[in-house]
Design a protein around this ligand. Structure first.
Ligand code: DO4
Ligand code: MG
Length: 274
């Protein structure tokens, strides 16, 4: 089953049938048994007959968005490279190997954009990239209740200049995208699940890369356990699980670039850079 947020409210989709849910997004995240609630709604709720992709909103209520870092070897290498002249490379080696993962606050709901909307690059950055990541939707009890696609937009020059600049490299308006919908009621995604990133410039391919969840060094449940240790999330939260795809160092995003991130069976998240 997939859960979408539309202008008309949350919609559940199963086997090609879509039903409008008479509940707010936060109520769904707070449900005791979301898959069961969605299954019973599939029998009772009103069918959505008209489906317009443009009516999709960011699948978020009042959830905070957090992110994990350096969970893939490729990410460790990229950070080491970008921060080596500032002497920061060793920190990334250490966090990759440490028990405690890197977890950082990524976004409040108002700064997150949804499918088809514009993500942004900072005007004071010369080196920006998208980070395509599996995103976990976690309920207030710390249970992973769904999976979606996240884009952790990042300014590599700002982050590389000094690790203490991480919040500025990562947190700004339009720096996070989520969607298109949330996959619910599936167990952990198989390790063979592919994450694919494609970037188009003036309609032509500018970069493409792929990885699989098998390349992730940490188990998603381990990341959630650390995140929830000393922090409560009354409305649940999203957690991006880190990037395993980083374009070559010569690549930087430009305004107008189209970013497509695909994770089947979730779908494709498409955004244009503003
Ligand atoms: O420490 C820098 C950020 C790492 C990150 O966002 C990632 O690995 O995805
Ligand atoms: Mg990231």
């Amino acid at each position: 089953m997939k859960l979408f947020l539309t202008r008309g409210g949350p919609v559940v989709e199963h086997e090609g049938v879509r039903r409008l849910l008479p509940a707010a997004w936060d109520e769904l995240v707070n449900a005791d048994d979301l898959p069961q609630l969605l299954r019973s709604s599939m029998r009772q709720a009103a069918e959505v007959t008209k489906w317009d992709e443009a009516s999709l909103l960011t699948p978020i209520g009042t959830q905070e968005v957090w992110a994990a870092g350096v969970t893939y070897l490729r990410s460790r290498e990229a950070r080491r490279e970008e921060s080596k002249s500032a002497g920061g490379g060793e920190f990334y080696d250490r966090v990759y190997a440490a028990d405690r993962p890197e977890l950082f606050f990524k976004s409040s709901p108002t700064r997150v954009v949804g499918p088809g909307a514009s993500v942004r690059i900072r005007r004071d950055s010369r080196w920006s990239v998208p980070e395509p990541e599996l995103a976990l939707l976690i309920d207030p009890r710390g249970r992973i209740i769904g999976y979606t696609i996240g884009n952790d937009m990042s300014s590599r020059d700002i982050e590389g200049e000094n690790p203490l600049y991480l919040p500025q490299a990562k947190v700004y308006d339009g720096s996070c995208a989520l969607g298109p919908g949330v996959l619910v009621g599936e167990g952990p995604l198989p390790r063979t699940t592919e994450i694919r990133l494609e970037i188009f410039r003036r309609g032509a391919p500018a970069f493409a890369g792929a990885t699989t969840l098998s390349q992730m060094k940490r188990d998603p449940r381990e990341l959630v356990e650390f995140l929830y240790r000393e922090t409560t999330f009354p409305a649940g939260c999203y957690l991006l699980t880190g990037t395993g795809i980083v374009p070559p160092d010569s690549f930087t995003l430009e305004r107008g670039d189209e970013i497509r991130i695909t994770i089947e069976p979730i779908g494709m998240l498409r955004n244009v850079v503003a």
